[in-house]
Ligand binder design. Structure first.
Ligand code: IPE
Ligand code: IPE
Ligand code: MG
Length: 257
């Protein structure tokens, strides 16, 4: 079956089916990165505890993974826990840590079936052992999968990423293994958590906030930004599709003319 036909079977909601013809199959972004925001507000609007919002948000991830595969997106990065999220109340943090373990364990079979390779960016060593272990297991178990790379940003901060890269360069210079004049874009990129992963073509942020919140600072230099007021737990396959269609209307210039 052609991708157009399988997509017609996947995007069955009326509004999504109507959006589909606007998609240009030859210009699907290779890498989409998402700031999954708004779980707390989603719960608050329903009079539910924030934890219920995080649980609903975790379910929503499936929609974007499936949509990314359907459209032929090659890399999907999801901002799951930032290096600043440790400033939240302890009960919210411990709830998130156990939710991460539960979700990655429950979803692993399905990720395997979909040929998804799980990767992690961020400081996993500073996460609770159970959370870090569950993700390391998923990374190992899916290492040879190749349809979609699901890059999970966990305990990730863009500044922390750059600090680590800088330290690694400084060590090599101090040891006489690197000439400072040899430090260029590629030298920095290759020392970031995202080494080997192309920069995101598009960054999606849900729930309306117009900021990057310390996400992939170096890597999004020329990414197209898409902000939607939809809260993350409500962001479904059709929303992903419409974000990609919006991306395709952009005129990417990279500083040229
Ligand atoms: C995003 O939702 C999830 C994480 C940051 C882990 P929030 O928890 O930030 O939800 P809001 O922004 O309070 O609505
Ligand atoms: C960004 O959302 C981090 C994640 C989605 C994991 P935040 O809710 O932490 O960002 P701010 O605090 O609104 O900037
Ligand atoms: Mg938030």
């Amino acid at each position: 079956m052609s991708p157009e036909n399988t997509a017609a079977a996947f995007f069955t909601h009326k509004r999504d089916r109507e959006s589909l013809p606007a998609l240009d199959w030859s210009r699907v972004p290779a890498h989409v990165a998402i700031i999954m925001d708004g779980n707390g507000r989603w719960a608050q609007r329903r009079g539910l505890p924030r934890a219920a919002g995080h649980r609903a948000g975790a379910k929503s991830i499936r929609e974007s993974i499936a949509a990314a595969i359907e459209l032929g997106v090659r890399y999907l990065t999801i901002y799951s826990f930032s290096s600043e999220n440790w400033t939240r109340p302890a009960d919210e943090i411990s709830g998130l840590m156990s939710l991460f373990v539960e979700v990655i364990r429950v979803e692993l079979d399905s990720l395997q079936r979909m040929d998804v390779r799980v990767r992690v960016i961020g400081d996993l060593d500073a996460m609770p052992a159970a959370t870090a272990g569950a993700f390391r297991d998923a990374v190992d178990a899916t290492a040879t999968n190749g349809t979609l790379d699901l890059v999970v940003a966990l305990n990730y901060g863009g500044r922390d990423d750059l600090v680590r890269a800088t330290r690694s360069l400084a060590v090599q210079v101090a040891e006489g293994k690197l000439d400072p004049r040899g430090i260029d874009d590629a030298a920095i990129s290759s020392r970031l958590y995202t080494a080997g992963i192309p920069d995101p073509d598009m960054v999606i942020r849900t729930s309306g906030e117009m900021r990057v919140s310390n996400f992939l600072l170096w890597q999004i230099a020329y990414s197209e930004l898409y902000v939607t007021s939809v809260l993350w737990p409500d962001f479904k396959r059709g929303d992903f599709l419409r974000a990609v269609i919006d991306y395709q209307r952009r005129d990417r210039r990279f500083g040229g003319r």
